[in-house]
Design a protein around this ligand. Structure first.
Ligand SMILES: C[S@@+](CC[C@H](N)C(=O)[O-])C[C@H]1O[C@@H](n2cnc3c(N)ncnc32)[C@H](O)[C@@H]1O
Length: 580
């Protein structure tokens, strides 16, 4: 069996680390193993090592080595999780088997490996049509057998009952399952509704050779045929679960108005749309709203940290960060010190910078791209929340107004943000896609395009890279950016966009309207920006017979005009244009 897509999971971190290394770094693993000797002293030296303190490679080599040279290949740990099987003193055990390792590595290419509780993994990954193999710790058949002790947490009869319930759920949703266990009465009771085959087996893990014959069972649990796939319904309050930030130009307060304009076209003019491109997605709140309304959403922003939020909660329909993932992200001491050195004394304390370095490095060890996106989104949000005014255009703490968010630690914000992002994940039954490109060169087929670029006004600063360079850098881990070392803020070179001046903005809109002239065009713009209301209407008329302008009284949260930053009474007219 060599499926193209597969997820393998176990709660044993040594095992999953080993699989990862076999998948990603098998040649170096073989080189290390070649030097390991079958000697008692060496064995106890390796056994005494704390795996967490080793590199991934050494840790994997240790696991293979102990398995090959320990007594009966047993895996047994003490209460603290320390491996405690004695040396076997075999004559010539195969410690390094390059062919088998290479074969295993080939099979593991492209496979997802997860170290987590099986229930979490099945909840996240299992879906209709999947084949699932479950090989839990067996129920002991005699009081002497002790096969349960694989990890430091025992798997008792209640766990087996819970497993049987999960098997029933998996059948309901349309999976086929093979499960193995010992031939114990409880297994027959729990799986009486399924096909159970008993077979003779040799148990190598028994000190007495005569007792190495036993009986095991294979349970075949087939998908329920009567299944009707019901499209997931988006809960009413889903939009309210969007984790807000004070992102410049965010339309969080306007999502109802934006939806009303689009939906009115559907019901009053019978202009239906199924796919929406949010071409300048920013905070992602508009994409999220359209997703919650059941549309297929394509989301794009040239800022990695913005498009990453869309990946986490718009494209991603089901993956969440588990407690185990979060624990793994909080393990200290993996960071390179890049943030601590580069941004020392600028935005956060030394401890916080070290925390960021460690977590950011740990995020790269997560396997699943959606988990990575969720973790980066949460870490970026923590930085925005912890920073006075949520921006990085100045250094120091001079705008600290004592608000509650500034009293919490980065660590606290990070954990809270993870919870919010996890809670924001939902399935709208559509395949939503996130892009991270310059919109001017993006080409996506869609029924409706929502265009909300930076608003150009000579009075205000609309440069997103300058404002958010720190979280943008964090998202990319400062790869492929050109830090301007001479600047106080250690920002990097801004990304080019046409919307930084009046002529460029005009031409930029024209180019986009031309490109999407066969789609419904929706544009957000404001009364203090260029092109003006009249110019914008004219421009849309070049491509569309019908142009509507909706005026919305909108109070900016702050910063739409350079000289009036943080002035909440700052009122401008916000427009939504619709061309069809
Ligand atoms: C007004 S904000 C969008 C706000 C968004 N609708 C929201 O509700 O949060 C403009 C966005 O355009 C992005 N942007 C600017 N020029 C771009 C370009 N040429 N290509 C892609 N994105 C661009 C910026 O990074 C910023 O996130």
């Amino acid at each position: 069996m060599a499926p193209e897509k597969a997820v393998l999971s176990d709660t044993n971190p040594e095992l999953i680390n080993l699989y990862e290394v076999v998948r990603d770094n098998v040649n170096n693993l073989i080189e290390i193993l070649k030097n390991y000797r079958n000697e008692k002293e060496f064995y106890y030296f390796i056994r005494a090592q704390s795996p967490e303190k080793l590199s991934k490679l050494e840790r994997a080599a240790r696991t293979i080595y102990l398995n090959k040279t320990c007594y009966n290949g047993l895996y047994r740990v003490n209460k603290q999780g320390g491996f405690n099987v004695p040396f076997a003193n075999y004559k010539n055990p195969t410690i390094c088997d390059p062919n088998t390792l290479m074969q295993a590595s080939n099979v593991l290419q492209g496979k997802i490996l997860v170290c987590d509780d099986y229930l979490e993994v099945l909840k996240q990954y299992a879906s209709e049509g999947d084949f699932i193999f479950l090989d839990p710790p067996y129920i002991p058949v005699s009081k002497y057998s002790d096969f349960k002790r694989y990890t430091k947490d025992f798997f008792d009869n209640d766990d087996h009952r819970e497993l049987a319930e999960e098997v029933a759920r998996l059948c309901e949703i349309g999976c086929n399952i093979i499960l193995t266990n010992s031939n114990h009465p409880l297994v027959h009771e729990l799986y009486k509704d399924y096909d159970i085959k008993v077979y003779q087996t040799k148990r190598y893990i028994n000190s007495n050779a005569e007792k190495r014959i036993g009986e095991d069972v294979i349970v075949l649990a087939k998908q329920k045929k009567h299944i009707k796939i019901v499209k997931p319904k988006v809960p009413e309050n889903q939009i309210g679960k969007f984790p807000g930030t004070r992102y410049m130009g965010s339309k969080q307060n306007l999502i109802n108005a934006i939806w009303d304009v689009a939906h009115t076209l559907e019901i009053e003019k019978n202009i239906k749309f199924e796919t929406v491109l949010d071409a300048f997605s920013g905070s992602s709140v508009v994409s999220y709203m359209f997703k919650a309304k059941g549309k297929t959403v394509y989301s794009n922003d040239f800022m990695s940290f913005s498009s990453n939020v869309a990946k986490a909660i718009v494209e991603n329909n089901k993956v969440r960060l588990s407690n185990h993932d979060v624990d793994s992200l909080l393990v200290k001491g993996h960071g390179t010190g890049f943030i601590a050195n580069t941004f020392k004394g600028l935005y956060f304390t030394d401890d916080e910078n070290n925390f960021l370095d460690d977590v950011r490095a740990r995020i790269d060890l997560l396997d699943c791209p959606y988990k990575k996106a969720l973790a980066i989104a949460a870490l970026s949000r923590a930085c925005l929340k912890r920073r006075p005014r949520g921006i990085f255009t100045y250094v120091g703490n001079r705008y600290n107004d004592g608000r509650k968010d500034l009293q919490k630690s980065l660590h606290q914000h990070f954990l809270e943000s993870i919870e919010l992002y996890n809670d924001a994940v939902f399935d709208n039954g559509k395949k939503n896609i996130t892009y991270n490109q310059d919109t001017m060169s993006l080409d996506v087929n869609c029924d409706l395009v929502y265009i909300d670029p930076p608003y150009y006004s000579p009075l205000s600063d609309n440069e997103y890279t300058r404002r958010y360079h720190f979280v943008e850098g964090l998202s990319k881990y400062w790869k492929d950016v050109d830090i301007q070392w001479g600047t106080k803020t250690k920002k990097f070179k801004k990304y080019e966009t046409p919307f930084g001046n009046r002529v460029g903005a005009y031409e930029g809109f024209e180019k986009l309207f031309e490109k999407y002239k066969d789609s419904i065009l929706m544009v957000s713009y404001s009364s203090n920006a260029f092109p003006t209301l009249e110019e914008m209407t004219e421009l849309l008329r070049k491509f569309k017979n019908n142009v509507e302008v909706h005026q919305i009284h909108y109070r900016y949260s702050f910063g739409n005009q350079g000289h009036k930053v943080d002035d909440n009474n700052n009122q401008v007219q916000e427009y939504i244009f619709a061309g069809y």
